[in-house]
Design a protein around this ligand. Sequence first.
Ligand code: HEM
Length: 147
Amino acid sequence: MNFLVDAYPWIKAFHVIAVIFWMAGMAYLPRLFVYHADAAAGGELSETFKVMERRLLRGIINPSMIAALILGILLIVANPALMAQGWLHAKLTLVVLMFALHGMFSKYRKDFERDQNRKSARFFRIINEASPLLVVFIVILVIVRPF
Ligand code: HEM
């Protein structure tokens, strides 16, 4: 336990680093879906997008999400009094929405991989705004702590 308290600033620093990579991937993946939705299924362009989406999800988004989660939980274990604070309750509620979005993106990627995507480029343009919007509210909650 003392180790976690001593290492707290390092754990928080790596939590934020992991979050940055996770959010970068969450903003980039639906952008690929926008262009992929207009590419002919089975064509060279669509096959290239499949490789890019798979590598982005498995190589960056999933690992950084897991790191952000584990480091975030370690911060709570090291400082359990945080769990009494309203801003963290609200933050974690928005983080659950971020996980749901992550899950949706994983499903859309699988649909594209099987040439079974039925969503339009316009749909992906709209859903592309969701993660940045969540980030704005999460960061305000964790830095400003309005309640
Ligand atoms: C995945 C689940 C997450 C958990 C369990 C979690 C938990 C935490 C905890 C306990 C802290 C420490 C607060 C303190 O020391 O006072 C923290 C800090 C922080 N979190 Fe998260 N977090 C998660 C996801 C996120 C996400 C998705 C974002 C941004 C989009 C984020 C942004 C931040 C920032 C910027 C800080 C540093 C705040 C400061 O400097 O005091 N976290 N997080």
